[in-house]
Design a protein around this ligand. Structure first.
Ligand SMILES: C[S@@+](CC[C@H](N)C(=O)[O-])C[C@H]1O[C@@H](n2cnc3c(N)ncnc32)[C@H](O)[C@@H]1O
Length: 257
């Protein structure tokens, strides 16, 4: 990134700098993540361990995986531990990338970069994951085209995609901004609706966030203690209402040989 004013113009930039600073320092947040999501990936999304484990079947031997919006790289490190893959990630947060590099190894590569601006060579990756990050592409069609170029023939794009939060809720998995962009470039995808699982996950997250409030406050993270509970307010009106306001999909798409 070239100047401070540009950084401020990026959606949520300062909030993510603060978030990754807190995630690096707070033991209570790490414990919260483990209990709420099954593993600490410093999630600021909706991915619990069951969703992350869905990625494993798309990782071949000696794979190169790219994580778009990788944060501090914890999710990638988990995938590497499970499969021995080479891991690559980029994120616009300086603090997240600094912390990712601290825990890196000879098979990891973490870089600062903005979605839509960051570039990689064609045919570089066996798998590209976008876990609650693809929303930040200012031109979705251009970005999915770019991702297709980056994938090796036979490589897979894996996207965890939420509606009703950053993105407006649409009718179904074929009407999202992402699905429309994929249709525009004639790239076939599979979609799995996991809205019900997402509701259950948020119900658990709320229970755990309330449990950890005092510990977070004791560590000086009062505003995060409040925010973690607020992030689950979507469930307060019950499952039926949640379904009418929110959706969560896992999309996968394979680049043809
Ligand atoms: C909702 S969080 C998801 C993080 C992580 N993938 C997960 O599932 O927990 C979105 C991530 O995208 C990053 N991000 C947001 N806007 C971005 C942009 N324009 N360019 C690059 N990274 C961005 C944030 O710093 C954050 O790490």
């Amino acid at each position: 990134m070239s100047s401070n004013s540009e950084e401020k113009d990026l959606l949520f930039y300062e909030a993510y700098e603060d978030f990754y600073d807190m995630a690096h320092k707070s033991k209570a947040f790490s414990d919260f993540c483990k209990e709420a999501y099954g593993e600490d990936f410093s999630q600021d999304g909706f991915s619990d361990i069951s969703q992350v484990d869905m990625i494993l079947e798309y990782i071949p031997k000696d794979a190169h995986i790219l994580d778009v919006g990788c944060g501090n790289g914890a999710m990638l490190r988990y995938l590497q531990q499970k499969t021995g893959a080479y891991i690559h990630g980029f994120d616009y947060s300086k603090k997240a990338i600094k912390n990712a590099c601290l825990l890196g190894n000879e098979k990891s590569d973490f870089q600062e970069g903005i979605i839509g601006e960051k570039e990689y060579d064609d045919n570089s990756f066996d798998l590209i994951i976008c876990m609650d990050s693809i929303y930040f592409a200012s031109d979705m069609t251009k970005f999915v085209n770019q991702i297709r170029r980056w994938l090796k023939p036979g490589g897979v794009l894996f996207v965890a995609y939420q509606e009703g939060d950053v993105m407006d809720k649409t009718e179904n998995s074929d009407t999202t901004v992402f699905a429309k962009a994929m249709k525009k470039i004639d790239w076939e995808y599979d979609a799995k609706d996991i809205t019900d699982k997402s509701y259950d996950m948020l119900t658990k997250k709320r229970e755990v966030a309330i449990k950890y409030q005092d510990k977070l406050i004791a560590e000086g993270c009062a505003s995060w203690a409040e925010l973690l509970v607020m992030q689950t307010d979507y469930i307060l009106d019950g499952r039926e209402k949640y379904f009418s306001n929110m959706s969560r999909y896992i999309y996968t798409a394979r680049k043809l040989d």
